[in-house]
Design a protein around this ligand. Structure first.
Ligand code: ATP
Length: 292
């Protein structure tokens, strides 16, 4: 059987993302190799792995900021490149400078591809309309005209989502977008991303250290560890067997009230980070208890 091509993903639709035989090396060090991944429109794929396993580097390849060492990366049927209007990018939540002379709507406007909307007055009118629509989509109408620096982290992150969505991308790349957000805002932000992929068939690649807040949304997981990887449904990858193999040590995955708790030994457990990792004897604790 032949692999589906860009024009025939098995259902006649162009895949949102196709990585074929992808390898990324820096000098002697190979972060990952032999990576084949096809992401369908509307699919939600979580990218997990310890620090330094190459998650952000994968996003950089897809953003056209890093070249693959071998293999190909295509987004919506075309090679990954900088300034691709098919791609929306949501970075980590970082507080923007208090003194930044930028209003919320200006930040969203930065995501508009200037060539897409014609010229002159018509262009200005259309531009305003799509920025307004993106602001409304994330429920930020009442604060979008305030200076960015005066907003809370959660408010800023909603506007970054609006900025990523304003160009109507087919692929949304998210680099730990829930980091430093409280539970309410984690729910809000992940809910906005989920709604978009359901209403517009936008595919999502979501880099995270903590799968639990998005577990109900995830179709498949790409788990990278020290040059190895696994791809599959959460219930196929997030198992004691698979994680023990990837981390090359005994790792146990427990299901506790709809959440995954990972227990390991030795150095590997540090790598598991906030994916629920515990050392034996530490007991089960939930830092985000109560999250749906
Ligand atoms: N341009 C580069 N040249 C050399 N090494 C690099 C370069 N970019 C990244 N690396 C190295 O590649 C490794 C993977 O980095 P990357 O940021 O992709 O990891 P990550 O999985 O996102 O980690 P984290 O969870 O800490 O964010 C790191 O060890 C990093 O130092």
């Amino acid at each position: 059987m032949t692999e589906p091509t860009s024009k025939n993903a098995g259902n006649g639709r162009v895949p949102a993302l196709e990585l074929t035989g992808a390898r990324l090396s820096f000098g002697e060090r190979t972060l990952w190799q032999g990576l084949d991944l096809t992401v369908e429109p509307g699919e939600f794929v979580a990218v997990l792995g310890p620090n330094g396993s190459g998650k952000t580097s994968l996003l950089k390849v897809l953003l056209g900021q890093l070249a693959l060492s071998s293999g190909t990366a295509r987004i919506a049927g075309t090679p990954a490149r900088k300034g691709n209007s098919h791609v929306g990018y949501i970075p980590q939540q970082k507080s923007l400078d208090d003194g930044l002379p930028l209003r919320g709507r200006d930040l969203v406007g930065l995501g508009v591809d200037g060539h897409q909307w014609g010229t002159g007055l018509l262009r200005r009118g259309r531009r305003r309309a799509i920025v307004d629509a993106a602001i409304a989509e994330v429920g930020a109408q009442h604060y979008a005209d305030a200076p960015i620096g005066s907003m809370s982290g959660g408010e800023q992150q909603r506007l970054r989502i609006a900025q990523a969505l304003v160009g109507n991308p087919q692929m949304l790349l998210c680099d730990e977008p829930l980091l430093s957000l409280d539970l309410a805002n984690q729910n809000l932000v992940s809910g906005l991303i989920d709604r978009r992929r359901r209403t517009h068939d936008t595919a999502v690649l979501f880099v995270t250290h903590e799968i639990n807040p998005i577990l109900p949304l995830v179709d498949r997981v790409l788990y990278l560890v020290d040059g190895q990887f696994r791809i599959g449904k959460p219930e196929e990858v997030m198992t004691s067997e698979v994680l023990s193999e990837l981390y090359r040590t005994d790792v146990e995955v427990l299901h506790v009230r709809g959440r995954l708790v990972v227990i390991g030994t030795g150095d590997a457990i540090d790598a598991l980070g906030s994916a629920g990792g515990l050392r034996p004897g530490e007991g089960v604790h939930h830092t985000d208890e109560g999250h749906a």
